[in-house]
Design a protein around this ligand. Structure first.
Ligand code: NI
Ligand code: MN
Length: 227
């Protein structure tokens, strides 16, 4: 699985020949100024919740690529009003088999309003299971005991967790989350973008390595392969 990081909580994963883009927020992110959204490929766009820092570029990328947008019912209705009609609504607890594999929506402890103030439904995370492997994207969330269910349910090759604190869990709780989901390889998200969420990279990666786990802080625009 090839993972590319576009800054904040936006990344893509190439699975079974399809590109899945998560939470597109690029043009308002000064740290991602070198990324041109017109060069981003996507067959699917998964959106965890309605906040601006997860949905800002969703309409533009969806319209250009024709990607299927997967999100909760309320966000899909809102996207429809912006002219995005190639959508698939889901909600927490449900799963669906797409052509690249299975997506299951899981609980996230956060909030979800849309940029214009519309109701954004409940925030969620995604478990993606494909023949090449499985991964968990938690979305914006606090540490929650529900994550133990994920550890019991399926072994994930890697997980993407917020680590920036203030709006989501921080590094110490993300480390406990990694224990709950029983995953050794974590990609950090939702840090450094704003003043409230700036982190010390060395302190963060050291805490993970002392616990025998790996925290990857990917440079924006870079890609890695995890199998
Ligand atoms: Ni949020
Ligand atoms: Mn956020």
């Amino acid at each position: 699985m090839k993972i590319t990081y576009y800054g904040h909580s936006c990344f893509s994963v190439e699975v079974s020949g399809k590109i899945i883009l998560f939470d597109p927020f690029i043009t308002p992110n000064s740290l991602a100024a070198d990324i041109d959204i017109n060069t981003i490929a996507a067959d699917y766009i998964l959106i965890s919740h309605g906040h601006e820092d997860h949905i800002a570029d969703a309409v533009a990328i969806a319209k250009r690529t024709g990607a299927v947008v997967v999100s909760n019912w309320e966000i899909v209705q809102w996207l429809g009003k912006q002219g995005v009609t190639n959508t698939h609504p889901m909600n927490i607890g449900g799963h669906w088999f797409f052509d690249f594999g299975k997506v299951k929506c899981v609980n996230a402890v956060h909030s979800s309003s849309l940029p214009d103030g519309s109701y954004g439904g409940n925030p969620m995370g995604f478990l993606v299971e494909a023949s090449a492997g499985s991964f968990y994207y938690s979305g914006d969330t606090a540490l929650t005991y529900d994550m133990k269910l994920i550890g019991d349910y399926k072994r994930m090759n890697f997980a993407l967790l917020p680590i920036g604190n203030n709006f989501t869990m921080g590094i110490d709780n993300a480390l406990i989350a990694a224990e709950f989901i029983r995953c050794d390889k974590i990609i950090g998200l939702h840090y450094d973008t704003f003043g409230y969420i700036k982190i010390d990279h060395k302190e963060a990666t050291d805490k993970f390595s002392r616990a025998g786990r790996e925290l990857l802080l990917m440079p924006i625009g870079s890609s890695i392969n995890i199998d």
